[in-house]
Write a protein that binds this ligand. Structure first.
Ligand code: FAD
Length: 485
């Protein structure tokens, strides 16, 4: 299948019908308007959809989906478009359904600690809404000030506090979805508290399905009681290896911090230049360890962590003195990707997982890969989970660099798998990692996944050409072809 032949044109009469469903102002079809939607945060591959629709209700979504079924058009669900794996790429054109107008927090049930939200609600808004009542929504991707709950469901997002609290699937009680034939269905706990616990956990199957099972329109979220107290430590180490060893020893000591995040020297320098927190510029790595829970227990755990840091040669360990200092530290960590603009015009964010004990080895491998391909690769990552994020710096104006960035990323992910890990921790497969699916899963496993997908979407029109080998592969796309030429 050639790149060009795959495009499915959206006929003018379908665009006219879309306007009558959602209103003229909520249908974007001009070339300049569509350019905004030609990629997500994975910018190596670009393809504008035929049309973008911004529905305002579940009923409008259902009407749009029925129209797509009638015209046999591809459907691409989209939240904020912060995916780092090209999971929102309109590979064959079609109708992109952006949920950003469906952004209301519909209800907060404080007694039962639940909140019903529309899929376009931005992640951080949920905690902002309930924090005065001592509650919070736990999954906290670093993109949480922009990404949507629908997108979090699509990719089963995690974040720094995943280590203790789990990922999106652990905090979604139930959800409403418009299936690819336009039927509106609810899976899991219903908003009125009804439990749907018999049979398969299809709620769980939908979470992480990257928009291939339909369009999620409303989500019932679990809210958590905010911890009584925090202790946030910043360990400063000469080497990434020493900081990694510290991470392993903290877990081995039976302590599960809320979060353990690491930044290596290059990223620390960029973050310091951007936000002026006071990070040392000559440290090999900095490790953020956050403990949370009941106040009396935290002091003992803090002492134990200080002991482990010192045993591993920490140059210094700072403890945040106030809530403001703690929040400032997290702001720096969560904006680390943004600081990369100071180092390079482009970067490719990788997302692999290794067993924690392999962190020093994978960091060494990344260092060697950086040298081999002549590209700088700073690292900022969820160390407690073994979820690494090497940021491969390149300049897209230089095709040689694009090619080397892709090759370096592939080499790192292959090594993650060789170490017993995975080619993705939280950013999903999208178009970027299709080639890795067959390396991680046996053909039978892939067949079972495809069969499940076909159950939801027999015609495979919902977010087509994602995740599965045999779909359009990343290497079929223009920038990769140019890079390889
Ligand atoms: C700076 C930065 C930091 C990041 N940090 C993290 C992190 O710490 N942890 C993490 O997990 N991710 C992180 N990401 C990746 C990304 O933010 C997450 O994957 C996020 O969940 C995507 O949300 P979104 O609203 O942008 O969804 P999109 O990017 O628009 O979509 C993502 C996927 O979900 C599907 N989708 C979107 N909305 C719906 C819907 N309503 N119904 C069905 N399917 C839907 C799409 O089709 C697509 O497959 C980061 C990204 C950036 C740019």
């Amino acid at each position: 299948m050639s790149h060009e032949a795959a495009i499915v044109p959206v006929p003018p009469e379908a665009i006219a019908e879309l306007r009558s469903i959602v209103g003229r102002e909520n249908v974007l079809s001009g070339i300049d308007e569509l350019l905004v939607y030609e990629c997500d945060a994975y910018t190596l591959e670009k393809r504008a959809p035929g049309v973008v629709v911004l529905p305002g209700s579940t009923e409008q979504v259902a009407a749009v989906i029925k129209l797509c079924a009638r015209h046999q058009l591809p459907i691409i669900p989209r939240g904020a478009g912060t995916s780092l794996s090209g999971s929102v790429l309109a590979v064959t054109g079609g109708v992109m359904v952006a949920l950003t107008r469906m952004n209301r927090i519909l209800d907060v049930d404080y007694a039962n600690r639940r909140s019903l939200v529309e899929a376009g609600v931005v992640n951080a808004w949920v905690t902002n809404k309930v924090k005065s009542a001592g509650l919070f929504y736990a999954p906290d991707p670093s993109s949480q000030s922009a990404c949507t709950i629908g997108g979090n469901v699509g990719t089963n997002s995690g974040g720094p506090h995943t280590l203790k609290y789990g990922v999106t699937t652990n905090h979604v009680l139930g959800l409403e979805i418009v299936l690819p034939d336009g039927e509106i269905a609810w899976f899991g706990v219903t908003p009125d508290g009804g439990e749907d616990v018999d049979g398969y956990d299809l709620r769980g199957a939908i979470i992480g399905s990257e928009g291939m099972f339909g369009i999620v329109t409303r989500v019932l979220l679990r809210l958590i009681r905010a911890p009584q107290a925090y202790k946030t430590l910043l360990g400063i180490f000469e080497t990434v290896e020493a900081a990694s060893q510290t991470v392993s020893e903290i877990i081995a000591a039976g302590i599960i911090p809320g979060a353990m995040e690491m930044m290596d020297q290059l990223i620390t320098q960029a973050v310091e230049a951007a936000y002026r927190f006071g990070f040392p510029l000559d440290a090999g790595a900095v490790l953020i360890v956050e403990l949370d829970g009941l106040k009396p227990g935290l002091q003992r755990q803090t002492e134990k962590i200080l002991e482990i840091c010192n045993r591993n040669g920490a140059r210094e360990v700072r403890v945040a003195k106030s809530d403001e200092e703690r929040l400032e530290l997290w702001k720096c960590r969560k904006r680390a990707f943004g600081a990369i603009g100071r180092l390079s015009p482009n970067f490719l964010t990788q997302d692999g997982v290794v067993p924690r004990s392999k962190l020093p080895a994978i960091m060494e491998f990344i260092r060697a890969t950086s040298e081999k391909f002549g590209l700088r690769i700073p690292n900022v990552f969820h160390a407690g989970d073994g979820n690494i994020h090497p940021l491969i710096l390149y300049d897209e104006r230089d095709p040689g660099q694009v090619e080397r960035a892709i090759a370096a990323g592939n080499a790192i992910l292959e090594q993650c798998i060789a170490f017993g890990g995975s080619a993705t921790g939280e950013h999903g497969i999208g178009v970027e990692k299709i080639d890795f699916m067959a390396r991680q899963f046996a053909p039978d496993d892939l067949d079972a996944m495809r069969a499940l997908r076909r159950m939801f979407d027999p015609e495979q029109r919902c977010n087509p050409h994602k995740m599965f080998p045999g779909s359009k592969r990343c290497s079929d796309f223009t920038p990769r072809k140019q890079a390889a030429a």
